[in-house]
Write a protein that binds this ligand. Structure first.
Ligand code: ZN
Ligand code: ZN
Length: 242
C-alpha cells in the first residue's frame, strides 16, 4: 500500500468516528444497509452463466455456452438496483471502505460454498491513469475485504489494464468487445504459477468487480490470465445489470 492509501485509511477512520453510518436507502442510523432495506434487495437465487447471463446451478456454464466465455462461472449478489446500486454509487464519494465492507459481508453470506475455498482473489484493475484520477479502485477494496472475510489471499498487482478505454456505458455490445480487446495483461504470471505449485493443484481464482453489465470486462480479464496460466476463473460481482 502506498502512503497515499494509508493516509486515506486514517481519514476514513476519522470519518467513521465523527459521522456514524446511516442506511444509504432510508437513512436510519446504524448500518449502511439496514435490516429492513437488506430484505428489499433483489438477490440472485442462482449463480449465472457467464456467457449468456441466465441462471445455472451449481456454479458453471451451460454446455452450449462454454466456448463463448473464458470464465468458468459467475456469481452476482444482486440485481443492479435498490440499496445495492445506491451503496456502490455512494462508495465512490464517501466512506468507501466501510460501505464496501458491508456489501462484502452480505456477499460472503450468499456466496456458493464451492467458491469459498478458492485459492486467490484478483480484482479487476483500473487503468493507472484512471486510478490516479480517482485515487482508489473499488474492486481492489472489495477483493481485500472478501479475502479477509474468507481467508483467501488477494493478488492485486498481477493483472494490469494496459489500454485506457473509454466508458463502456454508451457503447453497443460489439463496440464494447472491440473497445476491450487486449485491454488487460497478466504482468506477473510467476506469482500465480508459484501459488499453484505451492497448492499442488490448478488454481481456482475469484475475479472480483463491483458491477458487471455485459460481463465482457470480466471475460477479457479471464482471457488475459488464461493466456499464461492454466486455471479456473469465477467472476464475482456485487451487482449485475444496467
Ligand atoms: Zn434502510
Ligand atoms: Zn449460458
Amino acid at each position: 500500500m502506498s502512503a497515499h492509501n494509508d493516509s486515506m485509511d486514517v481519514i476514513e477512520l476519522l470519518g467513521q468516528l465523527f459521522f456514524p453510518s446511516s442506511c444509504v436507502q432510508c437513512r436510519r442510523m446504524g448500518k449502511y444497509i439496514c435490516k429492513d432495506c437488506e430484505k428489499t434487495i433483489r438477490f440472485f437465487e442462482f449463480p449465472l452463466c457467464p456467457a449468456c447471463g441466465y441462471a445455472i446451478s451449481p456454479v458453471g456454464t451451460h454446455p452450449h455456452c462454454q466456448r463463448s466465455t473464458s470464465l468458468n462461472g459467475l456469481f452476482a449478489l444482486a440485481h443492479h438496483d435498490g440499496a445495492i446500486k445506491t451503496l456502490i454509487h455512494k462508495a465512490k464519494y464517501q466512506d468507501r471502505f466501510a460501505m464496501l465492507q458491508e456489501g462484502t459481508t452480505i456477499l460472503a453470506q450468499h456466496l456458493p460454498t464451492e467458491l469459498k475455498t478458492a485459492d486467490v482473489i484478483i480484482p479487476v484493475p483500473l487503468h493507472p491513469k484512471r486510478q490516479r484520477e480517482r485515487g482508489f479502485n473499488q474492486s481492489e477494496i472489495l477483493a481485500k475485504a472478501l479475502g479477509k472475510e474468507l481467508d483467501i489471499p488477494t493478488a492485486s498487482k498481477v493483472l494490469k489494464r494496459t489500454r485506457y478505454t473509454h466508458a463502456q456505458m454508451n457503447l453497443k455490445r460489439e463496440e464494447r468487445l472491440k473497445n476491450l480487446d487486449g485491454a488487460f495483461e497478466l504482468v506477473n504470471p510467476d506469482i500465480l504459477r508459484a501459488l499453484a505449485q505451492q497448492r499442488g493443484h490448478q488454481l481456482r481464482i475469484l475475479l472480483i468487480d463491483d458491477v458487471t453489465t455485459t460481463r465482457s470486462t470480466l471475460n477479457e480479464c479471464a482471457k488475459a490470465i488464461k493466456k499464461h496460466v492454466r486455471c479456473k476463473i469465477y467472476g464475482i460481482v456485487l451487482a449485475h445489470g444496467k
